[in-house]
Write a protein that binds this ligand. Structure first.
Ligand SMILES: [Zn+2]
Length: 140
């Protein structure tokens, strides 16, 4: 039997897989096998299992769900319309969109600011949509 040692999962610097861009070199780390440092379109950096890249299992840091949802994008667009003039940091739609992806925006979330000042990126966070409370848990 003759086995050729083939490394089928090779990826290269700058390769793109969905929203990921490869920014590091492959490393072999147990128990994952080959992993590589990637940067998501939103700016999040993470080690990703190479096999998951090449098979299309991993396409983003998770923000792709929002990025590929027209409903979510429209919701973000509306929020941005309200705050764009109120904020020094978000006069640019792309900046706001990527910030929202990076900070975990989900449909139904509300943009909140920590202090009663301007809506600037460092001063804001997303409050997730509230689930209806169970009637058994309303007593405190
Ligand atoms: Zn991302």
């Amino acid at each position: 039997m003759h086995h050729r040692k083939s490394k089928i999962h090779s990826v290269y610097l700058g390769d793109k897989f969905g929203m990921w861009t490869v920014i590091g070199r492959e490393r072999f780390v147990m128990p994952y096998g080959y992993i590589v440092r990637c940067r998501c379109l939103c700016g999040t950096e993470r080690d990703v299992i190479v096999r998951n890249l090449t098979t299309g299992k991993s396409k983003s840091c998770g923000c792709g769900v929002v990025y590929n949802s027209p409903k979510a994008i429209i919701e973000l667009w509306k929020i941005w319309q309200e705050i764009r003039n109120d904020s020094s940091g978000w006069s640019n739609w792309e900046t706001f969109l990527l910030w929202s992806l990076r900070t975990g925006f989900k449909i139904g979330a509300t943009l909140k600011h920590k202090y009663h000042t301007l809506y600037t990126p460092s001063n804001c966070f997303w409050r997730p949509k509230r689930r209806p409370r169970s009637p058994w848990k309303t007593k405190r």
